[in-house]
Design a protein around this ligand. Structure first.
Ligand SMILES: O=C(O)CCC(=O)C(=O)O
Length: 266
């Protein structure tokens, strides 16, 4: 099967060598600047006694010139159009995920879309490490889980239901206990390689056993059928913070405007 069929069936594929050395350098400089100067939206997702550190930051592309340049040069939007069968691809947001060497904190199993404020199926998240990643430290994804159902999102460290109300979605199965019953996708990666996965694919990640840190830029993009769906709660990331009263989002309509530029066609 080809990549497009694999993406439809498994909800995740590995793309080898699709980021150029110049783009890796841009992302690397941008991520280091985020580590030095996290935005007010940043979160520490590891406990205080963790020997490493797990830092997440969101919607950073307008504050760091390098990410804007990357968005203008990367071929990933065109790849997203073909994976999703979309005519157009728009930016939703970016997510920086840094685990310093020695980080013990696991990223719990979860789907991304229940934390968001978008509905629809034609979407892609690109997980783009700028450091080599050992297979045992790499993102893990449950093949086929993007076909449903939506599973209850909870806060990573203390398992609180801060989004959908308790009881309103199916609880996340204990995938750690049932690993043998699932096909779990996981790949060793070099800088230049990217994992493309659907926003409903259940995924998680181990801590970092290698001696280098694991710095990742993740790009979330929306295809033709993706529309804004207002929530009664604060989404993660909190997409309202950057609008400052200037509402560009209409319920049931695609996201448009300066925060959500069209990435493909250019
Ligand atoms: O990088 C990680 O540890 C997890 C990645 C993730 O959850 C995501 O990209 O949505």
């Amino acid at each position: 099967m080809g990549l497009v069929d694999d993406y439809r069936t498994d909800g995740a594929v590995i793309l080898r060598g699709v980021i150029t050395p110049a783009e890796i350098e841009l992302l690397s400089v941008g991520i280091d600047a985020v580590i030095d100067r996290p935005s007010p939206r940043a979160k520490v997702a590891s406990a205080s006694d963790d020997p490493g550190f797990f830092l997440e930051d969101f919607t950073t592309w307008r504050e760091h010139r390098e990410f804007g340049e990357f968005l203008r040069s990367t071929q990933l939007p065109e790849i997203a159009a073909s994976l999703t069968g979309s005519q157009t691809i728009g930016l939703y947001h970016d997510h920086v995920l840094v685990k310093l060497a020695g980080t013990r904190q696991r990223t719990p199993w979860h789907q991304d879309q229940p934390y968001y404020d978008v509905e629809g199926f034609q979407n892609v998240s690109f997980w783009i490490p700028v450091d080599p990643v050992l297979v045992e430290d790499s993102l893990e994804l449950i093949a086929g889980s993007h076909l449903g159902p939506w599973l209850m999102p909870r806060s990573f460290l203390d398992q609180q239901a801060q989004w959908f109300p308790e009881g309103s979605l199916v609880e996340m199965p204990n995938f750690e206990k049932e690993r043998e019953s699932h096909r779990i996708l996981q790949w060793a990666m070099e800088p230049g390689d990217v994992i493309a996965f659907h926003m409903l694919t259940v995924h998680g990640a181990p801590g970092v056993s290698s001696t280098n840190s694991r710095r990742v830029f993740s790009l979330r993009v929306l295809g033709d059928d993706m529309v804004y769906s207002p929530r009664d709660w604060v989404t993660s990331p909190d997409m309202s913070v950057m609008f400052a009263g200037q509402e560009e989002r209409v319920s049931g309509q695609p996201l448009r405007g300066e925060w959500f530029p069209q990435l493909w066609p250019r």
